[in-house]
Design a protein around this ligand. Structure first.
Ligand code: UGA
Length: 442
């Protein structure tokens, strides 16, 4: 089938490469000429395991092309996927500027029937809005061209995006007619072979499903973080409690790992957008409000532990080594990363930071360029030299089983603040470390 994808971010580029991988003819469109040029040379601009070879193979085999020209890029396509960014506005609502621009451009240039697929995370009612914008442009051109707008939210996770797309738990299609549902079923057939993986529903339900899914997952994380904090107070161990509750199949083990709060470009933004939508409809979304509040508190938990530990000594005399700047492992994405909150709080108190991340270092260096107290190093161990403690903020595998003897030798004090519960007090006691984790006894 002939597919056109607008936007080459995590969602757009992964979808494009995976559709091409199944033999479809895919054109990927982006307004940024530098990105398009790079992609045409086989280099991708984001860090996503497994994506570059997939893009490159499909590009070389002629199934995947890149262009900045929307009209040309969608000329032969039946499906036009809108995968542009929907960043948050200051009031928590979703900035639909780019979605609108794409809809307008589609209306101005389309020459035959198209199915416009909203894949970006967009508030309920956006499909109707997109339909209105396209129709307005067609009316201006006095063209009578048919088109459909459907909602097809994406559920891939950064760091595991290719795998998630190739083997989805489900494919949600929101449409108001059977024909588009059938066509999307054909397109997604290779990924969702078992029939019950395709879930067809009304457009607004599909749009709502995306926010409900992300808010539910964020709720699980805020819940377990609150229980972890309580464990610390009552002398319980969250590691045991997690297994204890996870063994109930109605609860499950997944996505109840405590930590330094959820980050990234999705959960924080989507919970806030859900709150905004509920308020627009006269509701007070008590649960979502609490989930967001608990998360904001959790992002400060490690900084609080560090402050308490050193109190009353001023932090101005101290250097903290940080392992991990990305919002989670396997990504270079630092958006809404708890590491940034921790750094901001501690440097405001004068603490000096030396940080390392296996891939997010460059992004962090740019983001923190104005902060003279922060230094981003190239090596996991050398940043420890003469630091007063180590704080672990991202769950990269290479931090899981480090050389503790070497860490101890390099630090001024044998002191670890573990924001991801990668280690344990027993594991570290033999080395003589003082160890602080989340929801675990010291
Ligand atoms: C999330 C969803 O998991 C995807 O299904 C969704 O498609 C995506 O948002 C999106 O809307 O685009 P992502 O933001 O890439 O994916 O990352 P997650 O793996 O969900 O992690 C989000 C945050 O929660 C991270 O900071 C992670 O460290 C944290 N987390 C996750 C925990 O603190 N505990 C857990 O048990 C799981």
């Amino acid at each position: 089938m002939n597919v056109s994808i607008v936007g080459t971010g995590y969602v757009g580029l992964v979808a494009a490469a995976c559709f091409a991988e199944m033999g479809n003819q895919v054109t990927c469109i982006d307004v940024n000429p530098t990105i398009v040029e790079q992609l045409n040379q086989g280099r991708i601009h984001i860090f996503e395991p497994g994506l570059e070879p997939l893009v490159e193979r499909n590009r070389q085999e002629g199934r995947l092309t890149f262009t900045t020209d929307l009209a040309q890029g969608m000329a032969d396509a039946l499906f036009v996927f809108n995968c542009v960014g929907t960043p948050p506005n200051g009031d928590g609502s979703c900035d639909l500027r780019y979605v609108d621009q794409v809809a307008e451009a589609i209306g101005q240039t389309m020459e035959d029937y198209k199915i416009i697929v909203n894949k970006s995370t967009v508030p309920v009612g956006t499909a109707d809005r997109v339909r209105g914008i396209i129709q307005e442009q067609l009316d201006k051109r006095q063209c009578r061209i048919e088109f459909d707008v459907v909602s097809n939210p994406e559920f891939l996770k950064e760091g595991d995006a290719v795998n998630d797309f190739l083997k989805p738990d489900r494919v949600i299609v929101g449409t108001d007619n059977v024909r588009t549902a059938k066509l999307l079923e054909t397109l997604y057939g290779p990924f969702a072979r078992s029939r019950d993986k395709m879930i067809v529903m009304g457009i607004r339900s599909a749009e709502m499903t995306k926010y409900a899914a992300n808010s539910m997952l964020a709720t699980k994380i805020s819940f377990i973080n609150e229980i972890a904090n309580l464990c610390e107070k009552v002398g319980a161990d969250i590691k045991d409690v997690r297994v204890g509750i996870g063994s109930d199949r109605r609860i499950g083990y997944h996505f109840i790992y405590p930590g330094v709060g959820y980050g990234g470009s999705c959960f924080p933004k989507d919970v806030k957008a859900l709150i905004h939508t509920a308020r627009e409809h006269g509701m007070t979304p008590e649960l979502a409000l609490s989930v967001d509040r608990v998360n904001q508190h959790q992002k400060q938990v490690l900084a609080e532990k560090i402050k308490t530990h050193f109190s009353p000594t001023p932090l101005t005399d101290k250097v903290l080594a940080i392992w991990g700047l990305a919002f989670k492992a396997n990504t270079d994405d630092i958006r809404e990363s708890a590491a940034l909150d921790t750094i901001e709080t501690l440097t405001a108190l004068g603490m000096r930071i030396r940080a390392f991340d296996p891939v997010a270092g460059d992004n962090a260096r740019t983001a923190l360029a104005e902060n003279p107290l922060v230094e981003i190093g190239q090596d996991q161990y050398s940043i420890l030299q003469n630091a007063d403690a180590l704080a672990v903020l991202t769950d990269w595998n290479q931090f899981r089983n480090p050389d503790f003897a070497r860490i101890k030798k390099q630090l001024n004090n044998p002191l670890i603040f573990d924001g991801r519960n990668l280690y344990s007090a027993t594991m570290l006691s033999g080395f003589g470390f003082t160890y602080h984790a989340i929801g675990r006894p010291p």
